[in-house]
Design a protein around this ligand. Structure first.
Ligand code: DHB
Length: 392
């Protein structure tokens, strides 16, 4: 089997890349280890930057997003029992965010891909990538029927997420450097059948720890609270969860609207960057190359930004055989990655409970929260990062 770009992974990065390449007349084949059903049902983040929405629209995947996504012109920071609105639209010349779940993005992108006749091998496991520093790399994989295949291509895009294997094709000792930080806490995430408690997202600071009130639809709400990453979902009854959330977001009479919780899960928080994001003919994009703590919702948006840079570079190569943009891919993408690393760390450090004896941190955090909600300059810095930079 032969194609121009072999794409490992049908997450946001792989599917977006395939569609932009298709629009530029470049062929690709996607190899994905999960089933379509699993991809379309896995609950992930839900906040899209303006530039991610614009990219989805440009490539023809924006219709349902426009109809069903919820556009937010601001969000709330709550601390010391009071809410303070960050007016994104006012602070950033009209830029806004859209709440639209990642698995809905994936449904739209998979439908688009299959509609163009572009191949996706679901439940196919990549078993090796070779020849990355030669003329023609090859991706070996086994299909869901257990057959062994070889995919010869000009370039390989490693879009297989934080736990995928493509990153390992960059030799660790010679060229690769991994930057890693684990946080001593996780997020307990729930989906509940309940009406929204607030028109906009709420990021809450509390001595017991961070809480986030988000939404999925008028009937389904998404909420998170900081927890011990080794905790078990079974030790949290619905009542205990609602009490914890209410304690962390309450204070001035604000009451959460509750309802049956139908999904519970714990996610660890970590920061990770693999440098460089390229080795020979392999290009990493999205979580395969980096992950950020979820505070500030940058993960999916970073994947889209990587892919935008990579697709332009590949299009330039195929139109004039110039490798200049391919050579610039890793440094260009990494600048935005580190900006997002800093921002996600900043939001995390401003809002989470850090130590067992947190008095100093709480005072320092309240001072910072007062700063970002009272100084227009500080609020602007927060808002600009939150809505995201325009794509390069
Ligand atoms: C959501 C997730 C985030 O990490 C965030 O910062 C805001 C919202 C969400 O899943 O809705």
């Amino acid at each position: 089997m032969r194609t121009q770009v072999g794409i490992i992974g049908a997450g946001p990065a792989g599917l977006l890349l395939a569609q932009i390449l298709h629009l530029n007349g470049i062929e690709s084949v996607i190899v994905e280890s999960r089933s379509r059903d699993e991809i379309e049902r896995t609950i992930r983040a839900g906040v899209l930057e303006q530039s991610t929405v614009d990219l989805m629209t440009e490539i023809g995947a924006g219709d349902r997003l426009k109809r069903e996504g919820f556009v937010h012109g601001g969000f709330e920071l709550r601390f010391a029992g009071m809410g303070h609105r960050i007016d994104l639209q006012d602070l950033t010349n009209g830029r806004r965010i859209t709440v639209y779940p990642q698995h809905e993005v994936l449904k739209d992108l998979i439908a688009l891909r299959l509609g163009t006749g572009g191949p996706i091998h679901f439940e196919a496991k990549a078993t090796g990538i070779e020849g990355l520093t030669a003329e023609q790399p090859v991706v070996r994989f086994t299909t869901k029927d257990g057959e062994t295949r070889e995919l010869f291509c000009d370039f390989v895009a490693g879009c297989d997420g934080g736990y995928g294997g493509s990153r390992a094709a960059i030799p660790e000792q010679l060229v690769r450097h991994d930057y890693f930080r684990a946080y001593p806490f996780g997020w307990f995430g729930i989906l509940a059948k309940a009406p929204p408690s607030s028109e906009e997202l709420i990021y809450a600071h509390h001595e017991r720890g961070f809480a986030l009130i988000s939404t999925r639809s008028p009937e389904v709400q998404r909420m998170y609270f900081q927890c011990d990453p080794t905790d078990s979902v079974d030790s949290w009854s619905d009542d205990r969860i609602w009490n914890e959330l209410q304690t962390r977001v309450g204070g001035d009479g604000f009451e959460l609207k509750t309802g049956p919780i139908f999904q519970k899960g714990i996610i660890p928080l970590r920061s990770f960057v693999c440098e460089p994001m390229r080795h020979g003919r392999l290009f990493l994009a999205g979580d395969a190359a980096h992950s950020v703590p979820p505070t500030g919702a940058k993960g999916l948006n970073l994947a889209a930004a990587d892919v935008h840079v990579l697709a332009q570079a590949l299009a330039s190569y195929y139109s004039n055989r110039s490798t200049a943009l391919l050579d610039a891919y890793s440094p260009t993408a990494l600048r935005r990655v580190w900006r997002a690393q800093h921002f996600s760390w900043w939001m995390t450090s401003m809002l989470h409970r850090f130590h067992e004896g947190p008095e100093f941190d709480v005072k320092r955090q309240i001072a910072e929260l007062e700063f970002v909600t009272s100084s227009r300059a500080a609020a602007t810095a927060l808002a600009e990062n939150y809505v995201g930079l325009p794509l390069a």
